[in-house]
Design a protein around this ligand. Sequence first.
Ligand code: MIC
Ligand code: SF4
Length: 643
Amino acid sequence: MGKTLAYKILEDHLVSGELKAGEEITIKIDQTLTQDSTGTMVYLQLEAMEVDSVKTELSVAYIDHNTLQTGFENADDHEFIKSVARRHGVLFSKPGNGICHQLHLENYGKPGKTLLGSDSHTPTGGGLGMIAIGAGGLDVAVAMARGTYSLVCPKVVKVNLTGKLRPWVSAKDVILHVLKELTVKGGVGKIIEYTGEGVKSLSVTDRATITNMGAELGATTSVFPSDENTRDYLRSEGREDDYRPLAADADAVYDEELTVDLDSLTPLAAMPHSPDNVDTVSNIGPIKVDQVAIGSCTNSSYTDLMKVAAILKGRKVHPDVSLVISPGSSKIMSKMAANGALADIIDAGARVIENACGPCIGMGQSPKSGAVSLRTFNRNFKGRSGTNDADIYLVSPETAAISAIKGVLTDGMASGEELPEIGTVDFAPNDNFVVYPEGCNKCNTCVAMGPNIKPFPRNTALADRVEAKVVLHPGDNITTDDIMPSDSRLLPYRSNIPHLSEYCFEKIDNRFATRCHEAGSCAIAGGENYGQGSSREHAALAPLYLGVRFVLAKSFARIHRSNLINSGILPLVFVNPADYDTIEIGDVLVIEDAVGQVKEGEGRITVKNTTKGLEYDTVSNLSDYERDMILHGGKINLIKAEQ
Ligand code: MIC
Ligand code: SF4
């Protein structure tokens, strides 16, 4: 029986377990990446594990999220990460170098390798034929310490691409189409593998746009074959030696299949407030636009920005539109400065800002009240832009640029305008933004801890009887942005959980923290796909700090579920989803003989609602290792106990 590409790479890296969907497997991790907003926790945890130096082939610490230095906090975090990176043999990418995923693609990603990153969009590396997975910070710290990562072996979905994209339709439209088909929970427990004739017409950066937004499907990762386009890309980055051809067997067997006919796609947009709320630009119509933001790890490649520059050249941004552009990397910005494209963008009236995540995570450029903002980003969750009542639409760079000129959402294809072809270029290597760790690995005294960096909270071993008051009863698809909001006001406190926890769930229920303080021991009852979105473990650590003991939900998103378990918070799934409706804030829930039930109950756990006199059947679906973590009160406690 032929093999999928995903399973070939996993097989190459298999340390233990059986490569069968649903089984727990442990794989070797070749590379890790961290970014600064999750990175401080990662390196605090690495320090707590008392590791000498990392066990991976390559680990890189990027600074790209918290680059607005409006106080000492972010700069102190950067310094802390730099100092720990040096100490443990990790490369440090300085602020200004660009966005972690774009930089990793350009400089370090290699076909056939595994990459674990403390950011949900790590699957961007799948565009280069890697198995690149996003995970919580603690999992990445452990991968650095031990060189391995454990996960439930995913199913593999084949997305068969036929035909070729037409002008004005691009990779962003492909993934928006897939999101419309599969929805934001359609990828949970799955790897999305792209195959078919259509793959040949997509460059590595196009592919990376598609694998990047596989995160929005909830997928474990997404992967493309490594072929001549991959070789061309690596050559253009001066790394042809890293090329290795890779593909699925012709008779590979997949768990599910979807065909996307590239010829038939037209420009698409994800409407407020979910990346799967997709329709064609022409159906949505010429809505008036206030802001256009181009960039992010999804769409800030050289080709994307050159297309934008070509559309803007010699024209003027509409008087009612604020156009802001954040390039993906210093190399891209420098190349565009040298070839004149940057001048074309500036002359058209665009605001060019730092090579960083920027507006994508609400670090500046929040739109005006009630604004319509078109963004080439990957998430349009309510409030993420920093403006709660703004309507965010996710679009391709082509659609964004032409709409910025016209002042209304515009279908470039219908406009009849010609779109110039963008040629490929070679990039000269430049590592002036990189600090290498040489010579300091054994140093024990050089960790730079600013006053805002506080210890991370630790749980205690599971109690025999757990009694908790329900403090929240939200609906379906709760995002980690809902749980632990991130914007320019809160991101500086990513290394200060006591402070950050006061803002937990703030945007959907501003009494949450107070209610937790009053209750002492707390439980959350959630709907479907609870915890979708980012990898931020702060969405588990802040609730832990506030006393949350368990979360009952109809279903969980993958990374958030792992983060809860890593923190010793029990994730339980209703056997009968209708039980969710019988729960109200203030109900007291009790798990009798919690330790016994977790140890022996084949995953079944009974939760009593003593306020209502009801009993709920739930399942924990814990693997053996996860069960041990819950019993010990989290991963760090278990690791300490094992040492
Ligand atoms: C995001 O896009 O939501 C983030 C910010 O990059 C997060 C990481 C974080 O919260 O720091 C992610 O995607 O994992
Ligand atoms: Fe940064 Fe946005 Fe990408 Fe997250 S999604 S890594 S915030 S650019």
